[in-house]
Design a protein around this ligand. Structure first.
Ligand code: HEM
Length: 402
């Protein structure tokens, strides 16, 4: 098989179920491979890291969309996404990102710990009630989805009374990762419009009565003397937090539980503290990354020995870099005691995940609590994998807890 065939195989059900042998084969062809003229795939750890840290490689932005995505301006989703830091380059990215970072601080994240523990315990209580008689509970729906969405609500400052109604809209917005038809795009656009209206109202209310939450802080930096965050930029990037921070963390929780179901000794070690929660989370991120790839627009250079041209499409396969044998010994073995460097799962360089500390905190709080609470937890039936390739996770992980 050549590189094109390996890459095509990644899109098949078998490839999606387990892409790692295919990544290893791609890696055998080199750290980077040219799939076709103008298309490069990067699978080696160092090469991926180099691409993400090199400002010469740009994310696909408004200019590129005008070239490749005719009619994008007719979609409310894309109009908002045009302001997302994920889709911005250069000074505009730096400006908005630094204003966001000024409010999304390590302190704000650390302060969320007690609330996250409380929310996790509430969800575990509800799971405990449902599964006490030995009936199956569904981890993705009952825990992995609800915890991150509630945490983002808490972070932004969405009042508890609004959260129930907020969840289905957040879920619709996240169909962005599976969008394959017009019906889906219609639902995503509707969710984007609804969220924007909601955030506009919340911003007006916090503008009048600021609180200790992210939206109040963003409003205050946007109005400060050196603040240059327009209303649209602020509101659109709140929507981004839901796109970037919610299903990714859901999948971290699901992929971690999947490891525990196959290695019950690891679950027991998490419960008794002989495996540190932080080390476990780090290894889940490496072993089965919730985000498998990201992409950049190339410029004239070489990467992993492969020539890249101006405007080329460059796909960095984070999930493959995390299994690079040049970096990680026995890469297919789950080993939380590793000290071979951070996984690539949060990206790198200017676009490094702004929510990495929050995701790590959520996982670090959730897993030991789950295992201490339900030490007999085990699989009940077959997991149902999510169809998407970019994000790796499950639709359903049925378990019993008693
Ligand atoms: C396990 C969970 C998570 C994973 C695996 C993850 C992964 C990533 C990756 C790979 C990127 C970089 C994309 C690129 O370079 O093209 C990124 C960016 C980003 N993430 Fe996360 N993320 C997670 C959780 C979160 C959370 C909880 C939030 C916020 C609540 C968040 C917000 C963002 C934002 C705003 C960006 C864009 C940063 C920029 O472009 O400057 N993420 N994330």
């Amino acid at each position: 098989m050549d590189a094109v065939e390996f890459f095509t195989a990644l899109g098949t059900p078998a490839g999606r179920a387990n892409p790692y042998p295919l990544y290893a084969k791609l890696d055998g062809l080199g750290e980077a491979v040219a799939l076709a003229p103008g298309t490069v795939v990067v699978v080696g750890y160092d090469a991926i890291s180099a691409v993400l840290r090199d400002p010469g490689f740009r994310v696909s932005d408004e200019e590129r969309w005008d070239r490749d995505l005719s009619g994008w301006r007719d979609n409310p989703l894309f109009v908002q996404a045009m302001d997302w830091i994920l889709n911005l380059n250069g000074p505009k990215h730096a400006r908005i990102r630094s204003l966001m970072a000024r409010t999304f601080t390590a302190r704000r994240v650390a302060d969320l710990a007690p609330a996250i523990a409380r929310m996790a315990d509430d969800l575990l209580d509800a799971m405990g009630d449902r599964g006490a008689d030995g009936s199956a509970v569904e981890f993705m729906h009952d825990f992995a989805f609800l915890l991150p969405v509630t945490v983002i609500c808490e972070l932004i400052g969405i009042p508890e009374a609004d959260r129930e109604g907020f969840r289905p809209v957040a879920r619709d917005l996240n169909r962005i990762f599976e969008f394959d038809d017009v019906t889906c795009l219609t639902a995503i656009n509707a969710a984007a419009v609804e969220l924007l209206a909601y955030f506009t109202g919340l911003a007006a209310s916090r503008g009048a009565n600021p609180r200790d939450d992210l939206i109040s802080d963003l409003l205050s930096v946007s109005e400060s003397a050196d603040g240059r965050l327009s209303d649209a930029e602020l509101l659109h990037n709140l929507t981004l937090l839901l796109v970037a921070g919610f299903e990714t963390t859901t999948n971290l929780l699901g992929n971690g539980l999947h490891v525990i179901l196959r290695h019950p000794e690891t679950g027991a070690a998490l419960a008794d503290g002989s495996v540190q929660a932080g080390a476990f989370v780090e290894e889940v991120l490496r072993y089965d990354s919730p985000v498998q790839l990201t992409s950049r627009i190339g410029y004239e250079t070489k990467i992993g020995g492969v020539t890249v041209g101006d405007g080329d499409s460059v796909t960095t396969v984070l999930g493959a870099g995390n299994r690079d044998p040049r970096r990680f010994a026995d890469p297919d073995v789950f080993r939380p005691s590793r000290s071979e460097g951070a996984p690539l799962s949060f990206g790198g360089g200017a676009h490094f995940c702004i929510g990495a500390a929050l995701a790590r905190l959520e996982g670090g709080i959730a897993f030991p609590r789950l295992m201490r609470r339900f030490p007999k937890l085990s699989a009940e039936g077959e997991p149902v994998r999510r169809e998407t390739f970019l994000l790796r996770g499950f639709d359903a992980l049925p378990i019993t807890i008693a």
